[in-house]
Design a protein around this ligand. Structure first.
Ligand code: ADP
Length: 747
């Protein structure tokens, strides 16, 4: 029983093993059936005995159509299958044998066949063929080849396109260090086309200042964590002429699967515009500085596209341009409407390379001088234009004014002459030529002394001294010499010529011929002299009779008669003085005055004159300050006349009385002789004219005071003959002081 159980157990175990085996075989069969790799078996007669699903799908047959058929039926190339079968029969195994299989739809598939024969006891059972479908692979390969051709072609096309745009290309292999430049690239760098370049020569030709930054950028691009892109603008130094150029380089780094940079390719382009722009910017700064420093000007810089690069200056608005914010705008977009169209031909000329100047009117009528300056690059190509406008309105107005003045000067009857402080004549009008006989060519550059008679040469330094003090010399009557040697009576008005800043730069002299007036005056003077002379004789005898009668009346003690005769004598004396003045004036005017100089003491002369004062006034106190020890060398009678005049004026023009002082004051070596009063005073306007002939102050208060306005003229003239000058200092309402300064002599 136990044995039976044992057999049973054994049987069971063997059954279970068999079952397990069966399961494994079924599993394998299913695997073979289902596996993606096509498989088939062929028997010794070449008949297909089995094929899996993958094989059937590869060729498109059902198992009925395929299994049981000779294998040769499915081979497109009989030679191949013949060879395969032959080899297998000879017990060879074949590996990756290329063959061509025919599909159900007629397509031919390229396959690789691996096969060996299954034998049992040396007997050929069937072949075991593994077929690998290569069509997809070959197709892919073919497509790859086509893509490659395409790629090559498009790369070539791209290269051509880039070269035609002036772009150069470069190719750098960071691993090997080799660098290749396209033709255009070499042209940009000025490198001969047959020469090659390497990374170090490339580096050497980066502009020194830019080298550091370019290398940094390259390193940056080749970092594995970056995007490998590269786009920078920098300067290079050309190989041929070593001149600098701005270029823009763009590129991309390609990394290998290990993350190392494998290829670095890109393009270069000349950025002339950048160079031009830099030039403009540089110039622009300069132009701005210029514009800001030239008052009443403005400057516009435009590029070749007529866009404003810079606009600056205080006169912008005055030419009709409104406000700032012009930069980058086209010229037609700025300025008043229609202006661009009108000005366009000028811009055209400038941008065509012409440099010129035009006078233009601003919006408000101001005149501008506008310079159009083309800015050219080394190749003489205009890359920008500079427009400089200067406001010349003032200059224009001055020009018009000076043209008008020149016309006046030219047409004047008077001689108008200008000279410098060295007395050299610098201009000479037609009037001067008519008067003096010299042509401008003969006299300009000569000394003015040529026109002054020998006995009046000292007048010139005196006139110059007065002018240097800024004074004008008006109606100075004198004599001048003509070319033919004759003497002319002239009235001179000489003024300093000042520049815009008020600096005296020369002298202008107007000479008027007064010969006729002089002759007329002379006739008048002769008449006055004659009348005065004729009046003097009867007046003298009249005074003698009055004095005789006065003497008698005094003796008789008739106070009324004494009083009346004293007044009559005073009036007669006044008349005598007046007649004397007229005579003196007439003599003076005729130049007939002569000095009889003697040495005399001043004090007695003053006392003599003051002695007459009580006859003139009772309401004034005449004080004689100390003039003792003063001796003069002069015409005693005429100095007496001067003092007499000043004293009687002081009394006349102090209607309310007061003190009149006659005195002397030492000023170092010189003596100041003065007559001072507490009278009405003289306004500063009147002071300027007091010493002119027949001038009388316009003061209402003294209108009733008799006089002809000759006295002070005579005073001034007499003193002038003595090389002295009468001066007045006065305050209206407080009084006046008249004084002159002389050189005293020893006792
Ligand atoms: P006349 O006294 O005959 O008018 P003068 O030549 O002597 O002429 O004086 C000119 C003018 O100067 C006078 O009319 C007078 O207005 C003014 N004048 C002269 N002396 C004095 C003085 N001491 N005070 C005020 N005015 C004076």
């Amino acid at each position: 029983m136990e044995e039976l159980e044992n057999i049973h157990a054994l049987l069971k175990a063997s059954l279970e093993r068999e079952r397990a085996l069966e399961l494994r075989v079924a599993d394998l069969a299913d695997f073979v059936e289902q596996v993606a790799m096509p498989l088939h078996w062929v028997d010794r007669n070449g008949i297909i005995v089995w094929a899996n699903q993958a094989e059937l799908e590869m060729l498109g047959f059902t198992s009925e159509e395929y299994i049981g058929q000779p294998i040769t039926l499915f081979h497109a190339d009989q030679a191949i299958i013949g060879d395969i079968l032959k080899r297998l029969t000879a017990d060879e195994s074949i590996m990756n044998y290329p063959a061509l299989l025919r599909c159900k739809d007629g397509r031919i598939k390229e396959v690789l066949i691996n096969s060996s024969v299954k034998r049992e006891d040396g007997e050929f059972i069937h072949t075991r063929c593994f077929t690998r479908d290569m069509s997809a692979f070959f197709e892919e390969e073919k497509r790859m080849a086509e893509v490659l051709v395409d790629l090559e072609q498009s790369e070539a096309r791209l290269l051509m396109a880039m070269e035609s745009t002036g772009l150069g290309t470069w190719d750098y292999n960071p691993q090997s260090g080799s660098l290749t430049w396209s033709e255009q690239c070499k042209k940009i760098y000025g490198l001969p086309l047959n020469e090659t370049v390497d990374f170090s020569t490339f580096s050497e030709h980066i502009y020194p200042e830019d080298r550091g930054f370019v290398q940094q950028e390259i390193q940056q691009s080749m970092k594995p964590d970056g995007d490998g892109r590269y786009d920078i603008t920098y300067r290079i130094t050309r190989f041929d002429d070593h001149s600098p150029r701005w270029i823009r380089a763009q590129g991309k780094v390609y990394f290998n699967p290990e993350g190392q940079p494998e290829r670095f390719i890109g393009t270069v382009d000349i950025t002339e515009s950048k160079l031009a722009l830099e030039k403009i910017t540089r110039s622009e700064k300069l132009f701005k500085t210029i514009a800001l420093n030239i008052p009443r000007s403005f400057i516009i810089v435009i590029d070749s596209e007529r866009r404003v690069q810079a606009i600056e200056g205080d006169a912008i608005q005055r030419l009709g341009y409104l406000a700032a914010g012009y930069e980058g705008k086209h010229l037609s977009e700025i300025g008043p409407p229609g202006r661009y169209e009108k000005t366009k031909p000028l811009y055209d000329r400038m941008l065509a390379g012409e440099q010129f100047i035009e006078e233009r009117k601003g919006a408000n009528g101001d005149d501008f001088m506008v310079h159009f300056v083309p800015l050219k690059n080394d190749a003489q190509k205009v890359y920008a234009g500079l427009i400089i406008a200067l406001d010349i309105s003032d200059y224009k107005r001055a020009e018009e004014k000076s043209a008008m003045l020149a016309a006046i000067v030219a047409s004047s009857d008077d001689a108008i002459i200008s000279k410098n402080f060295d007395s050299i004549i610098t201009s000479w009008n037609a009037g001067a030529q008519r008067l003096f006989g010299y042509t401008p060519a003969e006299i300009i550059g000569e000394s003015v002394l040529k026109l002054i008679p020998p006995d009046r040469q000292e007048e010139e330094p005196e006139i110059l001294a007065r002018l240097k003090r800024g004074e004008r010399v008006e109606h100075f009557e004198t004599k001048r010499l003509t070319k033919d040697g004759s003497l002319l009576d002239v009235s001179l008005t000489i003024s300093p010529v000042k520049d815009a800043q008020g600096k005296v730069i020369g002298l202008s002299k107007i000479a008027r011929d007064i010969t006729e007036k002089k002759q007329e005056d002379s006739r008048k003077n002769d008449f006055i002299a004659m009348v005065s002379h004729e009046l003097k004789t009867p007046l003298t005898s009249m005074r003698s009779y009055i004095q005789v009668l006065l003497g008698i009346a005094k003796k008789e003690g008739s106070s009324f008669q004494v009083n009346a005769l004293t007044r009559a004598d005073l009036q007669a004396q006044k008349m005598t003085t007046m007649i004397h003045d007229f005579l003196n004036l007439a003599r003076l005017e005729d130049g007939k005055i002569t000095l009889h100089k003697t040495r005399f003491a001043l004090q007695p002369l003053i006392e003599e004159i003051a002695a007459d004062a009580p006859f003139l006034t009772s309401s004034h106190q005449v004080v004689l300050a100390d003039c003792k020890q003063i001796f003069l060398y002069a015409d005693r009678e005429k100095i007496g006349q001067v003092l007499n005049n000043l004293l009687s004026n002081s009394i006349k023009y102090s209607p309310k009385g007061g003190t009149v002082t006659v005195g002397c004051e030492m000023l170092a070596e010189r003596v100041k002789i003065f007559v001072r009063d507490e009278g009405v005073g003289i306004s500063s306007e009147d002071q300027k004219h007091l010493f002119e002939r027949f001038y009388r102050a316009k003061d209402e208060q003294i209108k009733t005071v008799s006089g002809f306005g000759i006295g002070l003229y005579l005073v001034a003239e007499i003193l002038r003959y003595h090389d002295s000058l009468i001066t007045v200092e006065s305050t209206v309402g407080l009084g006046s002081e008249f004084y002159f300064i002389m050189d005293p002599v020893k006792q």
